[in-house]
Design a binder for this molecule. Sequence first.
Ligand code: RH4
Length: 130
Amino acid sequence: ISQEENTLRELRIFLRDICAKLARNKQFFMFTKPVDIEEVPDYLEIIKEPMDLETVMSKIDKHCYICARDFLDDIDLIVRNALEYNPDKSAEDKHIRHRACSLRDKAYAFIKAEMDSDFEDTCRDIRDKR
Ligand SMILES: COC(=O)[C@H](Cc1ccco1)c1ccncc1
């Protein structure tokens, strides 16, 4: 099949590996599934676009991401939501904000360590001409 499809398949394999590593990390358990609206009834009044690692994994399989940047935009959304919903001086809010920042840093570090920048450039070219 087309060279472009080969590239995007390789991107999906790569993103699944990174997403799985993030989801395996016990530190990030609160980011692995959607926030439970029964537990947190006001969540959707404050957070307009919920995101979590399970949803990111299903988006990979639905070919939603054409480059690593698109994937990192959803990771950044998980982080932003956690910072916005948990803004207080309390120890538990500080804790989840710290974990959210750690999730972002780990995701960016995995991409940088394991992704060839030429490969990402190729993916960006595919995205930009679609
Ligand atoms: C991304 O997760 C969250 O924003 C929820 C918000 C939340 C508040 C009460 C229940 O859940 C969270 C979960 C675990 N520990 C802290 C906060």
